[in-house]
Design a protein around this ligand. Sequence first.
Ligand code: Z5A
Length: 222
Amino acid sequence: MRGRFITFEGGEGTGKSTQAALLAERLRELGIAVELTREPGGSTGAEVIRHVLLSGAAKPLGAEAEAMLFAAAREDHLECTIRPALERGQWVISDRFADSTRVYQGVLGAVDPRIIGALERLVVGPTRPDITFILDVPVKSGLARAGARRGKRAADRFELETPEFHQKLREAYLHLAASEPDRCVLIDARAEPAIVAEQVWSVVTQRLDPAMAPLIIEDVAP
Ligand code: Z5A
C-alpha cells in the first residue's frame, strides 16, 4: 500500500520544520516508517540546486528561471526520495513542496500561472500531497522567530525580502488554503509548538487514520 504524503507550507518562521519533525516523531512512536524531508533539497542533486538558489546566485536570472530551478530540484527529490519512500509504504513529510513555487515564484514573482501549472504537471504529476498544512502567523512574529533562530548567520536570498513581500506571501498562502480546502488545512500557528502539534495531529488522525497504517519495520544497524 502506498504511504501517505504530507507537506508543510507557510511563510518565514511559521514553524514548518518544527511541526514536520514533531509529526514525524509522533508517527514513528506508532511504528510507522517516516521519511522526513525538505525543499528545496531532500536528495543529493536537489541539495546542490538548493545551495545555488538560496545563495542568491540565480536571482539575476529572474523568477521564471528560479521557478525552473526549483522544479528541477523537485524532480530529483521526487525521483530519488519521495516516490521510492511512498512505494515502500513509508509516510513522507516534506517541509515545503510545490505550493512554495506557486506562491513565491507564481504570486510574488509574477511568473505566468500557465508556466507554474505546466511545471507542476510535468514534475509532480499524480504525486500530490494527501494533506498540506499551511501554517499561519502574523508576519512580524514569523520574522522575529526566524531572526532569533538565525542569530549571527547571514540572511539568505529570501530572508532579505521586505516586510511587504512577507505580507503578500501570507495573503497568498491564505488564498491557497481557501481555494483548495480538500487538500489544504490552515493552522493558526501562533501558539506554543506542542499546542500547534495537537491541531496538526487531530487533522492527521481524522483524515488519514494512522492507527490503520501497515507497520514497516525499519532496518536497524547491526
Ligand atoms: N522557496 C521558493 O521560493 N520556491 C520553492 O519552490 C521552494 C522554496 C521549495 C527555503 O528556505 C526558501 O526557499 C524559502 C522559500 C523558498 N524562503 N525563505 N526564506 P529555508 O528552507 O532555508 O527556510 P524556510 O522554509 O523559509 O524555513 P523558515 O521559515 O526559516 O522556518 P520554519 O521552518 O517555518 O520555522 P522553524 O524552523 O520551525 O522555526 C523557526 C524558529 O521559531 C525556531 O527557532 C523555532 O524554535 C521557533 N518556533 C517554531 N515554532 C514556534 C512556536 N509555535 N512558537 C514559538 N517559536 C516557535
